[in-house]
Every structure is written in C-alpha cells, then in structure tokens.
Design a protein around this ligand. Structure first.
Ligand code: FES
Length: 157
C-alpha cells in the first residue's frame, strides 16, 4: 500500500481533530475504515506523524481487538459475547457459528468469505442473542436465523 494513502488518512483525521493529541485511535480507525484492516506498513508512518514509537502504535493495535492486522473476509459477522446475550444462548450460538464457518473468533473462513468476531454489546440486550452482519444489527438470533442471515450476506457479497 502506498504510504501516500496512509498520509491521507492521517491528514484528514488530524484536520478534523485540530491537534495530534489523542489522534492515534481515530487515525487507526480511519485506516481500518479505508482498507478494512491496519496494514503493518502503515505503522511506521503513523508513528512518525504522531511522534510515537512503533512499539507504542503496535501496543495499541494489539490491545484493541477491534483492529485487524490482516484483511477481513467479504462479510464480517460479529457475535455479541456480553452477559445479557450469554444468558439467552449466545454461547450455543457461538458454537454453532464456529462449526458452520469452520473458524474461530478473530479468524476468516478458508474461502476468505466471512470473518467471525466477538463484540461486547450491540445495544440490543433485551432481545439477544444479538449479532451484526456488516453494518446491520440482528436480534433474537437462533441457529436457523444465523444460517439464513449468513446465506443472504454471502450471496450479496
Ligand atoms: S449484551 Fe448483547 S446486545 Fe447487549
């Protein structure tokens, strides 16, 4: 990826924030929004621009599971792993999802079609288990509903 492209993410974010203080997370979000992940070769540029060490940037990337270090699949499925959803079957749904997809959380299916990620609350606590497919939140997700949503998302991807 050309460094100039990362520069654009940094410039746009700094312009919006007006100062470099506290800009690291927004910049990493901007890069991930643009590329779908935070490429390794963007780290040096971000560190230079914010006068941070590369280790500091890597530290933040490692701390927040939200940031991907490799490209995601065409469809990103996020299953809620928080307490309210766990109380109504999120564990069983997670096991179903892993079995159907043949991958674990933070992994992508062998065909690069679907990435499975955990998320900790989607604001639908009263009607869990909840999941997000792409940008859309779904509530009261059963194994059957998961399969149907996944099939639709795969066919639209
Ligand atoms: S706990 Fe799952 S949506 Fe809030």
């Amino acid at each position: 990826m050309p460094a100039a492209s990362y520069d654009a993410c940094v410039d746009t974010t700094l312009e919006a924030l007006g100062a470099p203080e506290g800009a690291l997370l927004p910049i990493l979000h901007a890069i991930q929004a643009e590329y779908g992940y935070v490429p390794d070769d963007s780290v040096a540029l971000v560190a230079d621009r914010l006068n941070l060490s590369r280790a500091e940037v890597h530290g933040v990337l490692s701390y927040y599971h939200h940031f991907r270090k490799v490209p995601a699949g065409k469809v990103v499925v996020q299953l809620c792993r928080a307490e309210a959803c766990q109380a109504v079957g999120a564990d069983a749904l997670a096991e179903h999802a892993k079995a159907v997809l043949g991958c674990d959380f933070h992994q992508t299916t062998a065909d690069a079609g679907v990435t499975l990620e955990p998320v900790y609350c989607l604001g639908q606590c009263a009607c869990g288990p909840s999941m997000m497919v792409g940008e859309r939140v779904h509530a009261r997700v059963t194994a059957e509903k998961f399969d149907a949503l996944l099939a639709r998302a795969r066919s639209n991807a």
